[in-house]
Design a protein around this ligand. Structure first.
Ligand code: FES
Length: 105
């Protein structure tokens, strides 16, 4: 079971157990991670599940779809090189002990 480390805007960390097969967004909601709203419930239509990953991890997860890429422009926080929609990321061992930053809105 991977452990994901959500990093809040103030720098505090929240370590959570994540189940393979769930999405990163679902994992955040399961653990009441502040700042992950998920208004569209995972349809990649709201960008309220925006997170920032280390760039090497983002690369390991594979290419971002054109739709997700477009939606990231609508996130409240400025887009960064490691930006992803957490609802589009399936939990896997790649995310074990990875710091996932929740950007400030
Ligand atoms: S939950 Fe809406 S875009 Fe991810």
């Amino acid at each position: 079971m991977p452990t994901v480390i959500f990093v809040h805007p103030d720098g505090t960390q929240q370590r959570v157990d994540a189940r393979n097969g769930r999405t990163l967004m679902e994992t955040a909601l399961d653990n009441s991670v502040p700042g992950i709203i998920a208004e569209c419930n995972g349809s990649a239509a709201c960008a309220t599940c925006h997170v920032v990953l280390p760039e090497d991890v983002k690369t390991m997860l594979g290419p971002v779809s054109d739709h997700e890429n477009d939606m990231l422009d609508f996130a409240d926080a400025p887009r960064e090189p490691g930006s992803r929609l957490s609802c589009q990321i399936k939990i896997s061992d790649v995310l074990d002990n990875v710091s996932v930053r929740v950007p400030s809105a």
